[in-house]
Structure formats: C-alpha cells, structure tokens
Design a protein around this ligand. Structure first.
Ligand SMILES: Cc1ncc(COP(=O)(O)O)c(C=O)c1O
Length: 421
C-alpha cells in the first residue's frame, strides 16, 4: 500500500478535508469501519455469547457459520493474536498488557494501584497533558501524599533542552518519591523526550521510584519500545495515531512491578475473585493478558473495538512502522517550511529538530486567549476545510501530520492562515 492508497482509505480525505487533528482522535478508515460494522452485524445475527462467537473473539476465525451475514465470508483477528501482535509491536518485554478505555484511564488505574504510604510524593512536570495533573490531584485527594511539579516548560526553546529536562526532573526525585509520570512525546510541541536516560537517572537516585510513561502520542506514530524505555508502566491508546476506534487504551505493567507487595492493579470486573497478584488481576481484567483470554469479562469490552483495532493494526503494519515515522516527520518538516512564509506566525521549538514528530505547533501574533484561538480554528474548518485544534495557555495552534496527509493538506493550512491572518 502506498501513501496515496493509504489516504484513499479515509472518507474525510476523499471529501477534501485536511484532517490535522490526529493528536486528538485519528481518522477511522473504511477498513476499520467496515470491520466493526461487519462484526456488529455478525453478533446480532448469531448471538453475542454463543460459544462459537466467543471462540471467534478469542481465536479469530473465518465467520464460524459458513458465509456469515449477507453471504460474505469474513475473517477476524482474534484477541489472542491481537494481543501477541500488540506486545510485539510495543516491545513490551517481561510485562503484562491490559486494555483500558484510553490513556487517561490507564494512568488513573495505574496510580490508584500503588499502595501509597503517608508522606510519599508524586512527581510530574508542568508540560504534561491535563490528564496527568488531574490524575495526580485525584491521588492526592485520596491519600496523604504531596505532588511535586518539575518546571520544564520554559526549557524546550533551549538548544540542549534534553539534559536540562532530565536534570530538572531528577532534581525533584526524593527518597520518598513514589511515582514519576512523564510524557514520551510532548502533547503540544511534539518533541520526543529522552525518557530512557531519565528513567535510568531516576532509578539511580531512588531505586524504588516507579516511573510511568504517558505514551499517548507514540503508538501508531513512532516505534514504541516499552522495554527500551526501562519504565515500570506505559499507558497509551489506539484512538489517536493508530487510527483505531475509541476505547482502545492499552496499559503495560512490568511483571516486576506487578509482583511487588505495594502494588495491586486496580482493574476489576465482574468475573473472578479480587485477589492480589498479577495472575488474579489478569483473570478479572476486562481485557486480557498475553496468556489468558478465556477469562475476559465480555460484558465490559466492546468487542467491535477489538475488531477495529485489529483492522487498524493491519493497515499500520502493511505501511510499516519505520516508514510511517519517516512520513510524519517529512510532512511536519515540509509544513514548517511552508508556514514560515505566513505572517504573524511563529513556529515553536520541536519543528525541524531531530526530536520532531508529526506534531507542529505555532503561536499566532494577536491570538492570546481561547476565544480568539477557537475562532481561528473554526474559520480554518468552515472556510478552508482544515481540521486542527488549539492547545495550551496561552493558546497555540497544533497541526498533526499523519500518513494519510499530503502536501495538499499543508497547502490548505498555509492558504487558510495566510488569508485569515
Ligand atoms: C500527552 C497526552 N496524554 C494523555 C492524553 C489523553 O489521552 P486519552 O484520550 O487516550 O485519554 C492526551 C490527549 O490528547 C495527550 O496528549
């Protein structure tokens, strides 16, 4: 499949929409939508919990009843296979994977799973997505702990920001810092952060500190290598860059952490006993671990989401992880160059840097509050069919380039901004 064929799979692209908001929610391709719809129809026809339907969810199959609804034979990737593929794709190593609702949900469950002792500390930075401080506040309202915030936001414009980012965070790691949460890719500026070195330094300073990585923007955009990061937990989701349905969150927890007495994973569903330990946690998981799908609580899982996730993975793997990463960087670099001619715009750090991703953010002279930013983004969509969003305070405009985008989308953005500003 080449880029043009990949683009043609998306109805929004065929309608001429320059969709630059993958960082919020990825587009759903025909392949994913068709797979989900076919599954829903199949389940309606043959019964949701018929043994053969459950077997089909687990192991994947050609429709268990011959040709299936409408006479068309279909194959589905079973959850077992899906689990293996995701584990391989994300290089999870000696870990368990759990399905969650989304990244935020995964991080919330993960931080609620720590047995906090009074006086312990939770460390985040001031450059995290809102969901991170929100989860931290929840933890601090439920336990007698404090939150530390490393100030890193102003460092990203500096040339050697990587080292400064690491130092600013490690500096705040104390003997009683229980959890550190950092992003792998900055949600507003799109920079990839040097997480492996950060994890190493945090563990040197306090070996019992748990490091959780917010990987919301990595899966489907750049290679995910959980083992390579060295973190204890990794939360991500398929609904952004993997272009999978909503509800396809993934949480990875290392077996080492899962086995610790001061950690008990808070993923509880109707089936199974609420025992401690990873085996029990997996058994009551709404989702699945690598070894066991037989105890998935189907009442809690949107099966069609899994089917859609499988189809989204098919497309991603056909295109190739490295090729997609190269493509998004190419488009982002081209966009930065093209936008440099537009007056009143300053493209922010990240763009053009070696650590750049497909996310491009820019400040607009005179756009200083959310009303102005919202109006600009609305006009871009209404008049120029460009879908993007503003982020942060003061607001930046963020454009996300994915494999289905092309030069026409960059031009639509440039033209829209040139005419509006
Ligand atoms: C860095 C980052 N973390 C977490 C989230 C929340 O992601 P989700 O929608 O998967 O909960 C976002 C959403 O944009 C994000 O950008």
């Amino acid at each position: 499949m080449d880029w043009q064929e990949a683009r043609a799979q998306f109805a929004a692209c065929r309608r001429g929409i320059a969709y630059l908001n993958t960082g919020a929610l990825g587009l759903i391709s025909d392949r994913v939508a068709d797979a989900e719809a076919a599954w829903k129809e199949y389940v309606r026809e043959y019964g949701r919990a018929s043994p053969s339907v459950l077997g089909c969810i687990e192991n994947g199959a050609q429709a268990a009843f011959g040709d299936g609804p409408g006479g068309a034979a279909r194959t589905w990737v079973g959850v077992n296979r899906l689990s293996e593929r995701l584990a391989d794709l994300m290089h999870v190593g000696d870990s368990q994977m759990y399905f969650t609702a989304n990244t935020t949900d995964g991080m919330a469950r993960a931080s609620a799973s720590l047995r906090w002792a009074p006086g312990e500390r939770l460390l985040i930075t001031d450059a995290e997505h809102n969901s991170v401080p929100a989860n931290a506040r929840d933890a601090a309202s439920e336990h007698p702990i404090s939150i530390d915030v490393a100030k890193v936001q102003d460092l990203f414009g500096e040339k050697d920001f990587e080292q400064k980012w690491i130092d600013a965070i490690v500096d705040k790691v104390a003997a009683n810092t229980r959890l550190v949460v950092v992003s792998e890719i900055l949600w507003h500026l799109g920079l990839v952060l040097p997480v492996p070195e950060l994890v190493r330094r945090c563990k040197v300073k306090n070996p019992s500190t748990v490091v959780m990585v917010d990987g919301a923007h990595t899966l489907g955009q750049l290679e995910v290598n959980v083992q390579g990061l060295g973190c204890d937990m990794y939360a991500t989701a398929g609904h952004k860059w993997l272009c999978a349905p909503s509800g396809s969150g993934v949480l990875v927890v290392t077996n080492e952490l899962n086995d610790r007495k001061d950690f008990r994973l808070r993923i509880r569903r109707a089936w199974g006993e609420p025992e401690s330990g990873r085996r029990a946690a997996r058994a009551v998981d709404p989702s699945w671990g690598r070894e066991s799908t037989s105890q998935i609580d189907w009442s809690a899982v949107q099966e069609s989401t899994l089917i859609g996730l499988g189809a989204a993975l098919d497309s991603y793997e056909e295109l190739g992880v490295a090729a997609v990463a190269e493509r998004v960087r190419y488009l982002a670099t081209a966009a930065v160059e093209r936008l440099s001619t537009v007056k009143r715009i300053s493209v922010l750090p990240g763009a053009g840097a070696p650590r750049q991703t497909g996310i491009v953010a820019f400040a607009v002279d005179g756009v200083t509050n959310r009303e102005q930013a919202g109006a600009l983004v609305d006009q871009l969509e209404r008049r120029f069919k460009v879908a993007c969003r503003w982020v942060g305070d003061p607001p930046l405009v963020r454009a996300c380039f994915h494999y289905h985008n092309n030069e026409d989308d960059i031009e639509a953005l440039r033209r829209g901004l040139s005419e509006l500003l």
